[in-house]
Structure formats: C-alpha cells, structure tokens
Ligand binder design. Structure first.
Ligand code: NDP
Length: 459
C-alpha cells in the first residue's frame, strides 16, 4: 500500500518539530506536520521562553537593592512598562516561530496550519476536510493547563492567557504551589504587582527535596509574595471590575485577576483517538512503551501528551530518538531516570537532578553532604539570603544519587552538575575536582564530611 507520507506529525511543539525535522532532513522521510496554533508549541509561545524573559524583567528591583548595598546609594529600578516589554517579547516569539518554520521548510516537511485528527491507524483528517494517509503517525499534541472544578472558575485565567494580557493587573491571586504558581508569583512580585499565592500544602513545590522546598517557601514571602499555606479556594464571583474569591477557611478576598496554576493535562481531547485502538492512561495520557510506540504499531506519541517527564528537553529527546529509530536505522531509547530541572524563582533558583533526600532515604542508606550559607555577593550587600548545596551519596558505591542547589543561577549550575551525575560519578570524583574560587558552586567539590547519614530505609 502506498501512503501520502512516511510520517505525519500532529503538533508543532518541541517534540513534534524535532521528530519531523530529523525524520525528513536527516533521514529523508516524506513528512507532513499539522499545527493548529503558532509553531513552537507551549515552550516557545506560551511557556518556558516568554516566562524566562519575564523572570529577567522581574529582577530590576532586586538588582537595584543589591547595588545600593555596594555603594550605588541612589540605585532604583524605576517603573516597569508592561507595554514596552510585551511588544519586545511578542517580536522575540515571532522571531523564534519563524526559525522553527524555516527549519521545517529546510528539512522538506510539509506544514499544514490547521487542526488534525486521526480517522484510522494510517489516516488523518485535517480541519478543512482533506484526508492524508501515512505509514506512521506521531502524536505530539502536548498538554493544556487545567483548573480545579470550582464554581466561577471561568472568571480565572491560566498561564497561556497571562502572556497575552493588555496590561498588568494590580492585585493577582495565584492558585497552586507547583512550578508555574511559584515562578509567576516571583515574576509578579518583581514587576511590582501585588501577588497573593494560595497553596493547599505546607510547603510549595511538592516532589522536590524538602529542605529546598522550605527555602523556596521562605524566599517567596521574602520577595513580597503574600503566601498563604494550607488554603484552597472554593468559589469565584464577579465583583465589579474584580473577582471575589472565597476560601475553605471561610475567608474571602478580592483580586483583579486570578491565575490557576493547578497542573496540566495531556491534550488528547478531539484527536480522534476513538477511531483507533490507542490506549490511554486514567488521566487521559497516551500509553506508550520505551520506544514511544502506542499499542497500535503505526502510531507513536512523544512529549507531554504521554505524561512521562513533562519538560521540553525530554520531549525533544523523545522526538529525536523516535525519528532516529524509525527512519535512521539508529534504535535509541530515552532514559527518563536522571533528568535535571530548574524552577526559576528570584533571587535564588532551585536546580535539581536525581533523587531527593527523602527518595534516597526510602531507597536505602544515604550520606547527605549539605551546606547552607550566605553567599559572598548578596551578604556583602546586606542580604540574609541563604544558598543550599546538597549531594546525596550511596555509602556502598560512593555514587552521587542526587544534587539539589538553591541559589543564584542554580539552573545553570545544575546543568553542569547533571553531566557527571548522569555519567554515574562518585563522590571521590567530585572531590578530585579542584575548586574554582571564589564561587558558590565550589562547595560542590569541597564538602568533605557528610552532614548526616540515614542508615536504613525510612518507615
Ligand atoms: P504542577 O503539577 O507542578 O503543580 C500543580 C499545583 O496545583 C500543585 O501545587 C498542586 O497541589 C495544585 N493543585 C492541583 N489540584 C489542586 C486542587 N484541586 N486544589 C488545589 N490545588 C491543586 O503544575 P504546574 O501547573 O505548576 O506546571 C505544570 C507542568 O509544567 C509542571 O509539572 C512542569 O512539568 C512544567 N513546567 C516546568 C517548568 C520548568 O521546568 N521550570 C516551569 C513551568 C512548568 P499538590 O502539590 O498538593 O498536588
């Protein structure tokens, strides 16, 4: 049987674009790709990229404060102009989108700027009614923010909407304690917006190392976020130009905008999966094996739509491995066991790779090398902000199981620490590395004695 394409990709985000480009450009496959929105997906258009630009924009006040501590007695951030920033940000996103499109064109991928749905195991229907057949189909449709099912929640926005706002609200409620809520709370506080964050737990960033979570929780309050723990909203009501929010402790408060940062779910609705035998997990994610293959041999899926490790570089790696395996005769699986990530808070970020102290402790004996200190740069300026560096080491093998850094540019630092840890480095190899002085990161190679040892699995 002959097909219109060797590969048809649904979704022009990080995973889909990489798979299409490698399959067509490197391996000569005939590839089609459908994208219903802007090319680049969540990361480029409404996620990592604009968010990081906003993080940079939000630092002015902290930088001015620090510089006052260095003798620039009059240093002030001044007023932030959202319109100027947004115009520049939009231009940057358009530039990146064009680069994505150019890459696809150069590789010879046929792009369809419309929605696609599956009508069979080898067939796609585009929004204009055209049908295309393909030997293989890759679903890379990503995820979408979700709300929590409370009355009036349609009055609230999600992160996608935030980047499109015409003007900055004066007072914002952020709901959630995950990546998005914490990053946006830091951004808003830095831009001079009154930010109130409510989280149902006792420390933000569940799933991260507990000591790091406690430091992040403290920092949010220090940078001016009104963080209210152990609290959940129960309903939203319109109140003039604003929104009245009721909470489960009986209190209520009024905001100009309410941002739900309460998780993301795989974007599988309306994909036509009912026309296939593709199996879904209970949360709607597409079930795949180590090769990103669904239970239908011709259909594959990568990225957030599979809900494995929901991070852009993972989706890119999955898309690349899929294309090499299927079209390049280079079978490659993705190892999801050690993936570094960063939460971009201010002034200190959280960088993490490998097991948390709690996970390592549950697994078996672990030596904890941990240091908390005031770094030279901010201490000189009069700040009490603390940095944490932590290495978790298996006492039997000396292997470094995890690393957690809470400090300035921790995202940059953890990227470098992730290399030896991915390679399986031992603590002795960290120790053999001569320090770069004076840096904060030198602590990673100078921690001589464990701060504590957990002997037996906890509980
Ligand atoms: P997360 O899953 O990280 O956090 C969701 C938050 O919402 C949690 O604090 C959760 O609480 C809370 N929540 C969920 N349901 C309810 C409810 N019914 N009532 C009250 N609170 C609730 O999702 P995000 O939206 O923050 O981010 C989505 C994903 O995007 C992340 O998992 C990450 O993969 C990715 N991302 C990565 C970034 C990065 O790498 N820097 C940045 C931004 C996003 P609880 O903890 O108690 O469950």
């Amino acid at each position: 049987m002959s097909f219109d394409y060797d590969l048809f990709v649904i979704g022009g985000g990080s995973g889909g674009v990489r798979a299409a480009r490698i399959a067509a450009g490197d391996h000569g496959a005939k590839v089609g790709l459908a994208e219903e929105s802007r090319m680049g997906g969540t990361c480029v258009i409404r996620g990592c990229v604009p968010k990081k630009l906003m993080i940079f924009a939000s630092q002015a006040g902290l930088m001015a404060e620090e510089m006052r501590g260095y003798g620039w007695a009059d240093a002030q951030a001044g007023a932030f102009d959202w319109e100027i920033f947004r115009e520049k940000m939009d231009a940057e996103l358009t530039r990146l989108e064009l680069i994505y499109r150019a890459g696809l064109n150069r590789a010879g991928v046929e792009v369809h700027d419309q929605r696609a749905r599956l009508v069979g195991h080898h067939e796609i229907e585009l929004a204009d009614g055209t049908r295309k057949t393909s030997r293989h189909i890759l679903i890379a449709a990503g995820g979408r923010p979700t709300k929590i099912g409370i009355p009036g929640e349609e009055l609230g926005i999600v992160s996608d909407d935030f980047f499109l706002m015409e003007k900055l609200p004066r007072r914002v409620l952020l709901i959630g304690g995950g990546f998005i809520a914490c990053e946006f709370a830091s951004i808003l506080a830095g831009l001079g917006v009154e930010a109130v964050q409510v989280y149902r737990g006792d420390a933000v960033l569940r799933g991260f190392d507990r000591e790091a979570r406690d430091m992040a929780t403290l920092q949010l309050s220090h940078v001016g976020v009104d963080l209210r723990l152990g609290l959940t909203p129960t309903r939203l009501d319109k109140a003039g130009d604003g929104i009245e929010v009721s909470f489960d402790d009986g209190s209520s408060d009024r905001f100009d905008a309410v941002l739900f940062a309460t998780g993301r779910t795989p974007y599988t609705g309306g994909l036509g999966l009912e026309n296939t035998e593709v199996r879904l997990k209970p949360n709607g994610a597409i079930e795949v094996d180590d090769w990103s293959q669904t239970c239908v041999p011709s259909i594959f899926a990568v990225g957030d739509v599979t809900d494995r490790v929901n991070l852009t570089p993972v989706a890119i790696r999955e898309g690349h491995a899929f294309a090499d395996t299927m079209f390049g005769a280079k079978p490659r699986k993705v190892d999801h066991s050690v993936v570094a990530s960063a939460v971009y808070l201010r002034p200190h970020e959280l960088g993490t790779v490998g097991l948390t102290e709690e996970e390592a402790r549950a697994r078996g004996p672990v030596d904890v090398y941990s240091t908390v200190f005031r770094p030279m740069r901010s201490m000189f300026a009069g700040s009490d902000a603390r940095v944490m560096m932590k290495l978790l080491v298996d006492p039997a093998t000396d292997k470094v199981l995890g690393c957690h850094i809470f400090g300035p540019e921790a995202g940059e630092m953890i990227q470098l620490a992730a290399i030896p840890i991915t390679m399986g480095a031992t603590k002795a190899q960290f120790d053999a590395t001569i320090a770069v002085h004076p840096t904060a990161a030198e602590e990673l190679v100078t921690m001589r004695a464990p701060s504590r040892r957990h002997d037996a699995p906890h509980g």
